[in-house]
Design a protein around this ligand. Structure first.
Ligand SMILES: [Zn+2]
Length: 262
């Protein structure tokens, strides 16, 4: 390809990418998300130093408690891949880390440090709804699709030599989403919570508290879930627009449940 036409081609594809990146653009089938998730789940289980999973045995009560919240969220009519994805939860026994994450295909990981930090069940339901939303919206494979297209463009523009394709797999491991995907996940989480009896803005209370934390110990949650800006206001506005009526916080039960971790 001539240099000039390469530039035109590049411009064309970048415009196309710009248009498609806002849409529900995905090169992969949902079964790919599930396979990726299965692989990541096995890897996490092997890396017990980085991810010390809280054993199920001896912690049945807390696992049951978290699973019941997840079941409530999955029972809303908002989940596109309710049957296709695994929707399993694992607790990571690390009382100092404030984080939660989800793999493609619906394996949800919650740090005990986050459970300890939260103050009521609606806040935990908010975090779980947010993680479920990331998986159900297929953010990881959509992110991969965008990068793959961009890599292909660069590959063509560079005359066929690029290491970018090799980086695609590595970048997934961090599971860091774009601010746009964070917005989408927040919105979907509110839609989900709004159809339950939970106070739909519990997650905003959590974000408010997180943002007040000393920036030197920036919570891990904000590293893997970058703040899209005015997040708290947007969540509250969304809940208002949807006229969410729930006010269930189950605070007393939550505080009792937290003591099971001690
Ligand atoms: Zn997120």
């Amino acid at each position: 390809m001539q240099k000039q036409s390469t530039h035109f081609f590049l411009l064309f594809v970048l415009i196309m990418l710009g248009q498609t990146s806002c849409a529900n653009y995905n090169l992969y089938k949902p079964s790919y998300d599930q396979r990726l998730g299965d692989r990541m789940k096995r890897q996490i289980a092997r890396e017990s130093e980085t991810y010390p999973l809280l054993p199920e045995t001896g912690n049945e009560k807390i696992y049951t408690y978290v699973r019941e919240i997840i079941a409530t969220l999955l029972a809303t009519d908002q989940i596109a891949f309710k049957e296709e994805f695994a929707w399993e939860v694992f607790l990571i026994n690390d009382m100092t880390t404030l984080n939660a994450f989800v793999t493609p295909g619906g394996y949800i990981y919650v740090y005990t440090g986050l459970i300890k930090y939260l103050e009521s069940e609606d806040q935990l339901a908010g975090v779980l709804a947010h993680e479920i939303a990331h998986a159900d919206l297929r953010h990881a494979s959509r992110q991969l699709s965008q990068r793959k297209s961009l890599s292909t463009v660069l590959l063509v523009a560079n005359g066929g030599s690029s290491d970018l394709i090799g980086d695609i797999g590595a970048s997934l491991v961090s599971l860091k989403f774009s601010r746009n995907f964070e917005k989408e996940a927040d919105e979907k989480a509110i839609s989900m919570l709004c159809t339950t009896s939970y106070k739909a803005t519990g997650i905003a209370d959590f974000f408010e508290k997180l943002e007040a934390v000393d920036s030197k110990r920036l919570p891990a949650f904000l590293n893997t879930h970058p703040n899209p800006g005015k997040r708290v206001e947007r969540i509250q506005a969304r809940a208002e627009a949807l006229a969410c009526k729930g006010d269930f916080t189950n605070r007393k039960t939550y505080l009792r449940m937290k003591r099971w971790l001690e």
